[in-house]
Design a protein around this ligand. Structure first.
Ligand SMILES: [Zn+2]
Length: 408
């Protein structure tokens, strides 16, 4: 069976009418006016398909198509409609319109299904509104933290307050939690956000797992000094140590056979002045791997390097872990089904590890979960330049559709 690409693209363009940012791309934050408008539009699409719509206690938008046996567990599909600041039109929205298209094909062909099917739009996936990334899916998996409710957006409004806009009582968010008895499986179509598929000219990425990650902060204490008067030999330069650490991050990661992706994307310098030897530098390190043990061993090697560098530069230092999420391996049998369907459709595919975080991480804690990627042109995402060819979208959605049909 096949999806109708034009119907799906129409919906994608409709969503893209909301949340446009005058400074470029889309900034459609959770529980903003634009988010609410898109929820309304999705509600009318769902109603036309005979689905009942509700908002769960965590602010997740959910549409449900009843099956012949409504006591049987739900087959869930979904993604998110929130974006990062100045993001693109495919990240998240693509998975939502693909889910609608799957339901469209199922209903117009009167396909018999025992299980109810749900489309879920997870709240605050990208976390750009309130810095509470994956809040909706974490709540559904029962692993969200109360502190997330206190996180505030740029206007000083907390996530807890904002949830009230969709009729949620923030105190009750925990009752959004669901279980394996309730949800049979969860599937999501998403753009890759990397270069692997685009470089290989392959349309389908079968996601085997989502990399775990950690963020570490290295605080380096030097001695502030006049850049013109203190000789090179008697300086305690925090920036110099920072620079050596940044190089060490790259070198150490490259020595680990491609298992580790490590990045320094932020470095704060005090006082950050051209003619002063800095007395403090803070280096932020992002470390990702599908192998949590490998990530930990990378960190311990890097820690020794940092110690050596700081000793040599006579800089005091402190290491702080500011975030950590373990890796997730997705459901083997769903992965095989997706592979089978891709082969039957005659599409080229590649197994892939996601380096970016997704709601599927939370959902895999409570049910069998899987994810299908389609290429991002040039690997660009979280940017107005985000682009995926309609022909790739069509293939990805066909794989999603036929995987779901196989589960009915
Ligand atoms: Zn996304």
């Amino acid at each position: 069976m096949k999806i109708q690409i034009s119907r799906m693209m129409d919906k994608l363009y409709t969503i893209s009418q909301y949340g446009k940012d005058p400074s470029g791309g889309w900034s459609r934050y959770s529980f903003s006016d634009d988010d609410l408008k898109v929820r309304d539009i999705m509600t009318s699409w769902a109603s036309n398909l005979g689905m009942a719509v509700r908002t769960d206690p965590a602010g997740n938008w959910i549409a449900r198509l009843e099956g012949n046996n409504n006591k049987s567990p739900v087959i869930a599909l979904g993604s998110h409609i929130d974006t990062v600041k100045n993001g693109g039109m495919f990240d998240g929205s693509l998975g939502m319109v693909a889910a609608f298209e799957v339901i469209n094909v199922i209903t117009e062909n009167n396909l018999i299904h025992n299980n109810p099917i749900e489309i879920i739009s997870f709240a605050e996936q990208d976390g750009s509104g309130f810095g509470a990334s994956l809040f909706g899916s974490k709540a559904m998996a029962g692993v969200a933290d109360d502190v997330l409710l206190q996180r505030k957006n740029g206007m000083g409004l907390s996530l807890g307050e904002a949830m009230k806009r969709v009729g949620c009582d923030p105190q009750l968010y925990r009752s959004a939690q669901r279980s394996k008895e309730e949800i049979k499986c969860y599937l999501e179509l998403h753009i890759e956000q990397g270069t692997i598929l685009d470089d290989a000219k392959v349309s389908i990425g079968i996601v085997d797992g989502v990399a775990g990650f950690e963020w570490d902060k290295v605080v380096l204490k030097g001695k502030s000094a006049h850049a013109g008067t203190i000789p090179m030999t008697s300086r305690v330069d925090a920036v110099l140590a920072a620079a050596e650490i940044i190089v060490a991050v790259e070198k150490t990661a490259k020595h680990m056979n491609g298992q580790i992706i490590a990045t320094v994307g932020r470095c704060d310098i005090q006082p950050n002045t051209i003619n002063i030897v800095a007395d403090e530098a803070v280096v932020y390190v992002d470390i990702r791997s599908i192998d949590d043990r490998e990530r930990k061993s990378f960190f311990s090697i890097l820690s020794k390097e940092i110690e050596k560098i700081c000793e040599k530069e006579k800089v005091m230092y402190r290491l702080e872990k500011i975030a950590e999420t373990p890796s997730i391996i997705l459901d083997d049998s769903l992965v095989h089904r997706i592979e089978d369907i891709s082969e039957k459709c005659g599409y080229e595919y590649r197994h892939i590890i996601s380096g970016a975080g997704h709601d599927v991480q939370s959902m895999s804690l409570i049910t069998d979960a899987a994810m299908i990627f389609v290429p991002s042109k040039g690997g660009i995402s979280h940017s107005p330049k985000e682009l995926t060819d309609a022909s790739d979208i069509e293939k990805g959605a066909n794989v999603l559709l036929n995987t779901i049909i196989g589960l009915l």
